[in-house]
Ligand binder design. Sequence first.
Ligand code: SF4
Length: 92
Amino acid sequence: MGAWLGPGDMCICVDCRWVDRCQAYHAVERQHGVPHLCDQPEFRPRQPRIHVQVHELPDGGVGVEWDVRACPDFQSDPGRWLRLRPGEAVPA
Ligand code: SF4
């Protein structure tokens, strides 16, 4: 992820000022099957590092998890996702 900016094993985008305008986060939302914060984000980050994790599901299937773990365009705005979706669980 370029410079390490995340707290560990969660997507750093939830605390980034671009989260509701970013094309990379839009792709992560699509992979997670969650509603988009924005239908047509216009911000294209330069080189986000997306961490892809494959894990077994209880039913024997396979799940894939996408998270941005580093990004040169990250701009700290703690809690931005939560302010946009108050009361909802922050994606991890
Ligand atoms: S950290 Fe990068 S990929 Fe994530 S929302 Fe911010 S600019 Fe987009």
